[in-house]
Design a protein around this ligand. Structure first.
Ligand SMILES: Cc1ncc(COP(=O)(O)O)c(C=O)c1O
Length: 431
């Protein structure tokens, strides 16, 4: 158990379970009006949430009952945005209602929940200290904050990789244009080469002017970078390490302290099933001398004040706690196993389709939920449109990193029947 986990008091855990048991809104815990507590309380009829015993569809039936997606729709684009369970949706609504009915009390109750429950819950789940986390609106905001926070002079160099999301790349391009910082791109092939090759590509790119490395934990295509090893190399060379964890958290356990990065940026509205508009920035305590706030001239290492000032979407942030409880009750190991079960099923079915080339790597190099592949003579963008029109589904193209690929990203609530329906539509789709 990490210090952060051990340090998290048992009362907090009980509070979180209680909140989840309250289901639809947790309104009583917030002291919300009774009408808010009743609204949308369909989850009262749901079986109690517990970690399923296995990875198969039937094992996850009770969990699936918590999601609101239209029956018949195969939502296979979870790497883009996840579907919050009904408890999360209801918690957002109840929070706004509380602020509308009793603005001062509603706001202070939500603020207390964010400080006492949401942030400690996230810190516990990701093995850090609560004061190392700053809530943000998304990963892009966190990536921007972590990038602009590093003190750099004109001519200093930053390494990024060829597979970064624009949200990870743009803040550096901004600094390149505004401040003359040099952004050097390390080419990382897709499918991923072995770890040693990735590391030697980084090593070869380091020069005496390199100050920081910034890269994804999991790429948009689902490739899993050897993040601990890259952070270790950065530490050895005295470089700041900044990680984009948007596609990682919520799919499998992540221990941010063990990863050894200086900063890590997160989306909570993808695999973590939190409401849209949520994320966080982690800055390790002993990196606060190298990563500074852009907002507060009076910030200190004890009060780093990374977040932009001003009124936040309190109900949305408070509802993160409901999503954290949901995921923590299932357990991230169980979520990983279920996501892996579904993507393994997809991969075995894709092997039956003529002309398909799988681009996702082996287990140690691919995230559990995202799979990319190409089909001979098939334009991925056109195929996505055609398949979405032929069966009720949501999928994505991956025309990048030299590929003309389709990406399927499966989460716990998907089923093998949905995957089969997709594969059959793919087999029928030509040109
Ligand atoms: C790797 C990666 N980084 C960053 C982002 C941006 O995330 P957000 O929408 O939370 O800003 C995404 C979104 O898809 C992503 O895939």
């Amino acid at each position: 158990m990490t210090g952060a986990r051990a340090g998290n008091d048992r009362r907090g855990l009980m509070d979180r379970r209680e909140w989840l048991r309250l289901g639809a809104t947790g309104a009583a815990a917030l002291g919300l009006p009774a009408c808010a507590a009743r609204e949308g309380d369909a989850s009262a009829e749901l079986p109690p949430l517990r970690a399923p015993a296995g990875t198969g569809d039937a094992d996850w039936d009770d969990v699936r009952a918590n999601f609101l997606v239209e029956p018949g729709t195969a939502y296979l684009n979870n790497a883009s945005i996840g579907m919050p369970p009904r408890q999360v949706v209801d918690a957002v609504a109840a929070g706004y209602r509380a602020m509308a009915e009793l603005p001062a009390r509603g706001r202070s109750d939500l603020g207390a929940r964010i400080a006492e429950h949401v942030v400690p819950g996230l810190a516990d789940l990701f093995s850090v200290q609560p004061d190392e986390l700053t809530l943000t609106r998304n990963a892009s905001e966190a990536l921007h904050l972590q990038s602009i926070g590093v003190a750099l002079s004109s001519g200093d160099e930053v390494l990024i990789t060829s597979q970064e999301h624009p949200a990870g790349r743009r803040p550096w391009e901004f600094r390149q244009v505004r401040e003359g910082v040099r952004v050097n791109e390390v080419f990382i092939p897709s499918p991923l080469p072995p770890e040693e090759e990735i590391l030697s590509r980084f090593e070869d790119a380091i020069t005496p002017r390199t100050r920081a490395v910034a890269f994804c934990h999991v790429t948009r295509g689902g490739h899993l970078y050897p993040v601990e090893a890259i952070c270790g190399l950065a530490r050895e060379r005295g470089l700041v390490s900044l990680v984009d964890g948007a596609q990682a958290v919520g799919q499998f356990p992540v221990d941010l302290t063990s990863l050894g990065c200086d900063a890590y940026s997160v989306s909570l509205h993808k695999w973590m099933l939190a409401p849209a508009g949520t994320g966080f920035l982690f800055v390790r305590r002993d990196a606060r001398d190298r990563i500074r706030t852009a907002f507060a001239p009076d910030a200190t290492p004890e009060q780093p004040q990374f977040g932009p000032p001003g009124t936040a979407a309190f109900p949305v942030r408070a509802a993160i706690g409901t999503a954290v409880d949901f995921v923590a009750t299932l357990g991230l190991e169980a979520v990983e196993a279920r996501c892996r079960f579904l993507s393994d099923h997809l991969k075995s079915r894709l092997a039956e389709v003529n002309g398909v080339t799988l681009l996702s790597g082996a287990r140690d190099r691919s995230a559990p939920g995202s799979t990319i592949f190409e089909k001979e003579d098939l334009d991925a963008v056109a195929a996505v449109g055609a398949i979405e029109a032929s069966i009720s589904s949501h999928i994505d193209e991956h025309q990048r990193d030299g590929h003309n690929a389709i990406r399927i990203s499966t989460h716990i609530y998907n089923t093998t029947e949905q995957v089969d329906r997709f594969v059959e539509a793919l087999a029928r789709t030509t040109g």
